[in-house]
Design a protein around this ligand. Sequence first.
Ligand code: HEC
Length: 164
Amino acid sequence: MKKTVLVLVLGMMAPIFAPAASPPVAPNGVGYYPDYMSWKVIAPSYREDRGNIRIITGNEIAVTALRAGKNPLPDGSVLAKVAWKAESHPDFPSATVPGDFAQVEFMVKDAKRYKETGGWGFARFLGNELKPYGKDAGFVKECFQCHIPMANSDYLFTKMVKTP
Ligand code: HEC
């Protein structure tokens, strides 16, 4: 009986606490990948001008290919870059740690579909609301422009972090 009540109460709460029913989609049709935090770590990074701590992760296809030194990466590869506001640890100020969530970005490989942008579909989702970035599909020009200098490494800045 108790269990039934609990299930009922939880069921009623779900719409309040559950994240938006349908995951957000960027203006170019690239969707949000909710699993990116359980993907493998490619590398952390820190951008001074933004004061952001980031982690770059990749799905199985991407990480297997990167480890094997594949270039370009095969279709189905997805990389995520998640960023938090950097802040001082309250109990150890010289340690810089992640604070509020800032944004998450994705690069999705489909050589044919995203031919115009090096085979990569770009997407950015801002803040806790995961608001899709860009007023129309043209926002990808901004992403691609800055990634073009990395054409020799399949438009990717990040390499697998070194470990023994
Ligand atoms: C002004 C330059 C610039 C722009 C614009 C830019 N990026 Fe990047 N991007 C970088 C740099 C530099 C890195 C390397 C890691 C870092 O900055 O933390 C990177 C890394 C990434 C990564 C991880 C894979 C990699 O290449 O290392 C993803 C995913 C990504 N960017 C997505 C995007 C998306 C989506 C957009 C557009 C909405 C975008 N980027 C726009 C400079 C840029």
